[in-house]
Write a protein that binds this ligand. Structure first.
Ligand SMILES: Cc1cc2nc3c(=O)[nH]c(=O)nc-3n(C[C@H](O)[C@H](O)[C@H](O)COP(=O)(O)OP(=O)(O)OC[C@H]3O[C@@H](n4cnc5c(N)ncnc54)[C@H](O)[C@@H]3O)c2cc1C
Length: 418
């Protein structure tokens, strides 16, 4: 990879990180090909997520911001935290100081994947579907990927953007820790207009209920987007399916019985399928993100719990940072090493923060424990608001044109470059 214009990058995974990485690399002269296991963009899969200002800024750097904003369901610029009785614990995230195009949005995962894929195709990126990576061989001067359909592909560099269960990671680092179950199951989706008080303008309401956690926001079109996190022991997908959606629905309704009545009203309007939970997992730290000509990005490198609200945004930052390092260093091993050096501290801190946030969600049966929880959270949110102590997460900016070297990057705010 001495001449960037002659470099081909095999990108494994056409989810969220893959298309953005491909577009970012194309901008620095690399020829990327995305290999995705599914037969096409997974239009029916997943619920919704937030793209934060740091993620939107990274999308701007690769010319995808307008498309993603156009595909978003609505802006979510503030978060109101209440307890199960509806009493306010905190209000965070006034983004009025930011330019409108960088204010947080809520978007369905399907729409986000479609938007970044279409934008990448428009920018000349090739996609190969129904290509599930089995393993790869790094031959020193090139890398060969083999797929489960028996075909193979060769490139100068191979990048694993294949999600939390990454096959690339298994080959790159067989001893790497497995993703950790966070103790929470996630359910949710969207319901048509229901008779509930509207959420304040551009504000998602997060409810620390007595026994579980609930989030919802009313969309401008009248729908309500909702999710809930239920403390539960780990279950496999098969065990979850075997229990039946109706049983999960009853369980969720029971957990929120006695909390704000609108939570029950939202769930009563939801399809049974929205109650089939997904386990939530994270991956706080890997021994390595790269080896030779192979590297990891997005959830493959550092899965953050959904409680951080940063999974997609960090993947976009990764994509831009890697391309920036290719521009600076020209060669695959050096660029991958520099990329890991710049990214690791920041994403590990955010992953740890996501785990801390998730730990407060399970609730408690005991009223005194709940009163202590509420008091400590009121204090914590007041401190965050007063000192802006979460801004290091969302104020981070990276850009392809940036020519900072690693020393400069790591000498600024920890995990951040202004
Ligand atoms: C189906 C699905 C639904 C999701 N729904 C939500 C949601 O509702 N809310 C939320 O916050 N997060 C959701 N996520 C996770 C979220 O997309 C990621 O946390 C984040 O956006 C980082 O994206 P990523 O591209 O690194 O990983 P992912 O979004 O997981 O994308 C990885 C891609 O790699 C592909 N892949 C996996 N293995 C292979 C292989 N061996 N060979 C080739 N391709 C492979 C996958 O099919 C997928 O397209 C979902 C992920 C998936 C895969």
């Amino acid at each position: 990879m001495t001449n960037a214009s002659a470099t081909t990058a095999l990108i494994i995974g056409g989810g969220i990180a893959g298309p953005v990485t491909a577009a970012a690399l194309a901008r620095v002269g690399v020829a990327p090909i995305v290999h995705e296991a599914y037969a096409g963009p997974a239009d029916q899969l997943g619920a919704f997520l937030t793209v934060a200002p740091n993620g939107l800024a990274a999308l701007r750097a690769v010319g995808m911001l307008d498309r993603v904003r156009a595909a978003a369901s609505f802006d979510t610029t503030r978060t109101e935290f209440v307890n199960g009785d509806g009493r306010r614990l905190g209000l965070l995230g006034d983004e009025s100081r930011l330019p409108p195009e960088l204010r947080s949005v809520t978007i369905t995962r399907a729409a986000l994947q479609r938007a970044v894929t279409d934008a990448a195709i428009e920018q000349g990126v090739d996609f190969e579907y129904a290509k599930r990576l089995r393993s790869y061989t790094d031959e020193g001067n090139q890398v060969t990927a083999t797929f489960t359909d028996g075909t193979s592909a060769t490139g100068d560099v191979l990048l694993g953007a294949d999600g939390i269960q990454s096959a690339v990671r298994r080959t790159l680092s067989p001893d790497a820790p497995r993703p950790t179950y966070t103790g929470l199951l996630g359910i949710g989706g969207y319901v048509p207009a229901v008779d509930i008080p509207p959420t304040p303008h551009e504000t998602v309401r997060m409810v620390f209920g007595a026994r579980a956690f609930f989030g919802y926001q009313r969309a401008p079109d009248g729908r309500t987007f909702w999710f809930a996190n239920l403390g539960h022991s780990e279950r496999s997908r098969e065990e979850i399916a075997a229990q039946g959606d109706e049983t999960w629905r009853d369980h969720a309704l029971e957990l929120f019985d006695g909390d704000l009545p609108e939570l029950t009203r939202i769930m009563e309007a939801a399809d049974p399928g929205q109650f089939r939970p997904r386990g939530t997992y994270d991956l706080l730290s890997l021994p390595r993100w790269h080896r030779g000509r192979v590297g990891l990005l997005g959830d493959a490198a550092h899965a953050v719990s959904p409680s951080s609200g940063q999974g997609a945004s960090l993947a976009f930052e990764d994509a831009v940072e890697l391309a920036r390092q290719v521009r600076v260093h020209g060669g695959a091993p050096a660029a991958l090493a520099a990329y890991e050096r710049v990214r690791r501290d920041r994403v590990e801190r955010i992953a740890a923060e996501g785990r801390r946030r998730g730990a407060r969600k399970a609730g408690s049966a005991h009223p005194i424990a709940l009163a202590i929880r509420d008091a400590s959270m009121r204090l914590a949110f007041a401190m965050i608001r007063r000192f802006g102590s979460q801004r290091w997460i969302t104020d981070y900016r990276t850009d392809l044109a940036d020519t900072h070297d690693d020393a400069e990057a790591s000498s600024s705010i920890p995990g951040s470059r202004p």
